[in-house]
Design a protein around this ligand. Structure first.
Ligand code: SAH
Length: 342
């Protein structure tokens, strides 16, 4: 059975034509899907016969809200969504002046093994389908009754390790008959899968690429992120420079500041030297606590000092505001959960 939300618009057109449906049917059904209908019976402009015919060959996937936590500090909402196979993933909606932004997951778990991140504990169970990725937006929007205007792929999983489904997702989320969210309102974060960054550059979507750099050199990066053994800093930065050249889009580097690991003055200087001359932004994230790990963040003063060293050296660096800290909704704190745990 086909989940209609796994199909791109033109594929839906082909599929429906093959089912003997008229051409305008794709437009009708596509817009129902992204409004969050859960059954064909809700597609009220389709005849009963059409609905019954379609039910035989395809379905509309849904997500169930298993748990919903709302931060008392800043109104951030964390959802624990249950997938149709019983696995659970997390998504977070953040409130900004410019509107709602959702942080979504791309896999059930993660196999990248970064040793400061909760999402990778227990490894990766499977990729999310295109429909499951987009459902996080559809069902959060439906639950909140408000439009979500920005999307960050910074939840559980490595999006570029689920490349095909993520690219389909990007096309559908942007489609005017679907959610119509502009590429410029979408960020995708990667731990640095160099071959996939190069492939993504060829797609030429004007999204923002965020790269989890976290260290100025291979020695430190190797100690934090196994992916660096395969794609060392030099290769990663070369791919970022090529991406920038191809797309003209500024790269955003994420740098989780961990006390005594990567937050010394010389780390800031080396980082500035490494990134000099590149159109980029450095997003400093004071490391968030993960109970299985023992990393500490520096004091506010130490964090500001690191930032100032960078800006004094001409770099564009800001400290990411921490949202949803009372509900473990911050970077690196999202995790897959099984039914029993949920
Ligand atoms: N796999 C992708 C998407 C995850 S994005 C990636 O690695 O980019 C989540 C961001 O939060 C990444 O930059 C990740 O490195 C960062 N992160 C993970 N654990 C963290 C922690 N404990 N504190 C702060 N940031 C963390």
């Amino acid at each position: 059975m086909i989940d209609l939300k796994d199909l791109e618009y033109h594929e839906l057109q082909t599929f429906l034509t093959e089912q003997g449906e008229p051409k305008f049917r794709a437009k009708q059904i596509f817009s129902w899907l992204y409004k969050g209908v859960e059954h064909f019976s809700e597609m009220t402009n389709l005849s009963k016969q059409t609905r019954e015919r379609l039910e035989q060959v395809c379905f509309v996937s849904t997500l169930k809200i298993r748990k919903k936590l709302v931060s008392e500090i800043d109104g951030t909402v964390k959802y624990l969504f249950e997938l149709e196979d019983g696995n659970c993933i997390e998504s977070v909606v953040m409130r900004y002046k410019h509107g709602l932004s959702i942080c979504i997951s791309s896999q059930v778990g993660c196999r990248m093994g970064c040793n400061f991140c909760a999402s990778t504990i227990g490894g990766r169970l499977r990729n999310l389908t295109t429909g499951e990725i987009i459902n996080q937006i559809i069902f959060a929007q439906k639950d909140l009754g408000e439009r979500i205007s920005n999307v960050v792929m910074m939840g559980i999983g490595e999006p570029l390790d689920n490349y095909e489904n993520v690219v389909r997702f990007l096309k559908n989320v942007n489609h005017p008959e679907g959610l119509g969210i502009g590429y410029r309102h979408i960020s995708l974060s990667t731990c640095g899968l160099v071959d996939k960054i190069r492939q993504l550059a060829e797609e030429d979507f004007p999204i923002t690429l965020s790269v989890s750099l976290h260290a100025p050199n291979n020695e430190i990066r190797n100690s934090m992120m196994p992916v660096n053994q395969k794609y060392p800093v030099e290769e990663l930065l070369a791919a970022c420079r090529d991406y920038l050249e191809k797309t003209g889009r500024r790269i955003s580097f994420e740098y989780a500041l961990i006390h005594g690991v990567n937050d010394r003055d010389r780390d800031a200087r080396e980082l500035a030297q490494r990134l000099r001359g590149m159109l980029c932004h450095i997003n400093l994230i004071p490391v968030n606590p993960v109970k299985e790990r023992n990393y500490q963040k520096g004091t506010e003063q130490e964090i500001r000092r690191f930032q100032k060293l960078l800006t004094d050296l001409g770099m564009n660096a800001t400290v990411r505001r921490e949202l949803g800290s009372d509900i473990s909704a911050s970077c690196g704190q999202l995790r897959k959960q099984s039914m029993e745990e949920a």
